[in-house]
Design a protein around this ligand. Structure first.
Ligand code: DNO
Length: 358
């Protein structure tokens, strides 16, 4: 297992790489260049990023994310140009040592919450929160406005303003797109990109829908074991992998996370893991909790044990922390609670390993 940390680049992330390096057991980053979907990432910028990360004593073997252009998901004629750019970016990233590329295939919205700083009454910290009832009252345009407002001035992953500026138009384009259409467009993308990944030694890692159900009537095809069975079958290759996010899939209590990890790990399809805990508050209502098992509803020991048993060499990152100790930062991506999360997950790992040896 390689413990990693999501980092947004020196221009946009208030957390210096030096601090990341000081978290015990941290080996590297899940890093990115802040580029709109569809762009071919320039080699000189990739090179500069890799050098900066290496200079801090960290690795950059995982990129999160290279986003998929909406025209690819919609299957528009313009998709070929964007797919060619995607393939070119894969090649350049591989040249600089990248091994895994995380992305998602969610139409329009990436992750979605109805409150980015919900106060947790027990201890006064705050975290990301979702309540389907609030969403119903809001509608897509309102949620975009509220999310931008709640972001404290930080760019949010998956919420690029230039893309969301065309929200109404994009939502219209999806009106007649079914889940099967989306899956067919997904296959077209994978059939073009996976062979390039195989050639250069990169694995794609598809992030689940977050939350794990359809929203605003949009087709979503990546939120259960059955969905991912279909995705891995779209193009049969270890390079067509999964970024198994425990909190995203885990937002639906019907998803048994340790068993899903075991299922896809045994198929050699887990390319990366996001590990976090969540607290269920009601039907389609949850908040993100501290990583500790007892702080939420997921069994973090069983999750780490499953990783240990079926994909022990994978990349793991602590996911969305709460905001604690009055930290000001990007919602979900502060330093303190994610550092605590990493320390806790490393502790579980050490205990699991020791136990195996005895
Ligand atoms: C949210 C993240 C996601 C993830 C993308 C991958 O915090 O986990 O935005 O990075 O879905 O493309």
């Amino acid at each position: 297992m390689k413990m990693t940390f999501r980092w947004y680049g020196a221009a946009s992330d208030p957390i210096p790489l030096k601090y990341v390096k000081q978290i015990p057991g941290m080996t590297g980053l899940m890093g990115l260049l802040d580029k709109p979907a569809g762009v071919d990432w320039p080699e000189e910028e990739i090179k500069a990023l890799v050098e900066e990360v290496h200079a801090a004593g960290l690795e950059l073997e995982v990129i999160e994310s290279v986003n998929v252009h909406e025209d690819i998901k919609l299957g528009l004629p313009t998709r070929d140009e964007y797919i060619a750019n995607y393939c070119s970016t894969v090649r350049t990233l591989a040249k600089y040592g990248v091994k895994v590329i995380i992305y998602n295939f969610m139409p329009v919205f990436d992750w979605l919450r109805t409150d980015l700083a919900r106060v947790i009454p027990e201890d006064g910290s705050n975290s990301l929160y979702y309540n389907e009832r609030d969403l119903g009252d809001m509608g897509p345009l309102e949620i975009v406005r509220r999310t931008a407002e709640g972001s404290q001035g930080f760019s949010l992953p998956g919420w690029e303003p230039e893309r969301l500026a065309q929200l109404e138009q994009t939502l219209k384009l999806y009106e007649n797109v079914t889940e099967d259409d989306l899956r067919a467009n997904y296959k077209y993308f994978l059939d073009a990109v996976v062979p390039v990944c195989e050639e250069v030694g990169v694995r794609l890692a598809c992030h689940p829908d977050d939350p794990a159900w359809p929203i605003f009537g949009l087709p979503r095809i990546a939120h259960s074991k059955e969905d991912f069975d279909k995705i891995v079958a779209l193009h049969d290759s270890p390079a067509n992998g999964i970024c198994l996010c425990t909190g995203s899939l885990g937002s639906n209590p019907d998803n048994d996370i340790p068993s899903i990890i075991r299922h896809f790990g045994m198929m050699n399809r887990i390319a990366a893991m996001h590990v976090r805990n969540i607290k269920f508050l009601g039907q389609h209502e949850f908040r993100e909790s501290a990583h500790l098992s007892s702080a939420g509803d997921l069994d973090m020991y069983e999750i780490m044990k499953a990783i240990h048993d079926v994909c022990p060499d994978t990349y793991v990152r602590p996911d969305h922390g709460r905001m604690i100790w009055d930290e000001q930062g990007r919602p979900g991506y502060g330093l303190y609670d994610r550092a605590l999360g990493a320390a806790y997950l490393n502790g579980l790992w050490e205990a699991i390993e020791r136990n195996e040896m005895s």
